[in-house]
Design a protein around this ligand. Structure first.
Ligand SMILES: *[C@@H]1O[C@H](CO)[C@@H](O)[C@H](O)[C@H]1NC(C)=O
Ligand SMILES: *[C@@H]1O[C@H](CO)[C@@H](O)[C@H](O)[C@H]1NC(C)=O
Length: 290
């Protein structure tokens, strides 16, 4: 009896430090970046999340979820493996934990970025007796198409130049420039629309004095990001003379066709009438002969 108690006591003394270290190791914190993480549309991004003191995360539960989507997370790591049973189908095949988990790195890698991925992500790590969570935000950028420039004759030596570009994220800015590279004032109003995929299109137009020598440019750029810019140039000159000539040429040809058509029609009608007439004459002649 006494011996058994002694064993128990010794056991307690032996295991107490272990138990304590276990308890202290259980209270961890989760470290995430304070500034938004940025990725490119269609590309990959890693949302960093680390446990304090490089605590081994292999035996812990790691849950990455969007706010209010706790029970349907983007990724769930449980019982030392990824649990796909409850994971949000929108993230299936696009998420992973690159680790190393044993060093407390529970960062989320997200591939094939879509506009719907933009927003807040929660990094939630839990053990049997402790949990900690932190959030961070993800922004996605997309560089759109080169601006398409087109022109219309606005009359009085003016050319109406339109600029259009699509596939941007977030909402881009649009700037008209002249050959000197200086932006034109006042800045033109441009309209932007969001398509069904969540990408932005922009368009603008501006009147220019027709010129054969100097070009104008339209550039579309993402806010606060150097290098994310697309520009197109054009000489605001409509070959009006040639165009008018071509139009008149076409008109003359069309008129000619009509005249020829009418002429041919008239000719056939006349011919038909003539034939009928001669038939009648023949008949009459025949009758006359009878
Ligand atoms: C994200 O964290 C900040 C600061 O910790 C907090 O103010 C905010 O409410 C959190 N957002 C969400 C969606 O949990
Ligand atoms: C210039 O063209 C755009 C369409 O490309 C049109 O909406 C705008 O009204 C035109 N402006 C003038 C002054 O003709």
């Amino acid at each position: 009896m006494d011996k058994a108690l002694l064993v128990k006591m010794v056991g307690r003394w032996l295991f107490l430090p272990l138990l304590l270290s276990h308890v202290s190791a259980q209270s961890f914190s989760v470290v995430v970046p304070l500034t938004p993480v940025s990725g490119l549309l269609g590309g990959s991004v890693t949302l960093p999340c680390a446990l304090s003191d490089n605590l081994d995360a292999r035996k812990l539960e790691v849950r990455w979820y969007r706010p209010s989507m706790y029970s349907s997370p983007a990724l769930l790591y449980l019982n030392e493996k990824l649990d796909l049973s409850v994971a949000d189908i929108k993230y299936r095949g696009r998420v992973s934990l690159p680790g190393p988990l044993e060093k407390g790195d529970v960062s989320l890698k997200l591939d094939d970025l879509r506009p719907s991925d933009i927003g807040t992500y929660m990094c939630h790590v839990s053990s049997d007796r402790w949990y900690e969570k932190s959030n961070m935000s993800l922004t996605i950028q997309a560089v759109g198409s080169s601006p398409i420039l087109s022109m219309l004759d606005a009359g009085g030596g003016k050319v109406n130049v339109s600029c259009q570009s699509h596939g941007w994220l977030p909402k881009p800015s649009l700037t008209w420039r002249d050959s000197d590279g200086s932006s034109l004032n006042p800045p033109n109003k441009h309209t932007s629309t969001k398509d069904s995929e969540g990408l932005f299109s922009v368009s603008s137009w501006r009147l220019f004095t027709s010129s054969e020598s100097s070009w104008v440019s339209c550039s579309v750029a993402l806010p606060d990001s150097v290098g994310m810019i697309r520009e197109s140039r054009l000489t605001p000159h409509l070959p009006t003379g040639t165009w008018k000539g071509a139009f008149i040429g076409t008109l003359i040809l069309l008129l000619l066709c009509i005249i020829v058509g009418v002429g041919v029609g008239v000719y056939f009608v006349v011919l038909k009438k003539g034939l009928i007439g001669s038939e009648r004459k023949e008949t009459e002649g025949g009758e006359g002969r009878k």
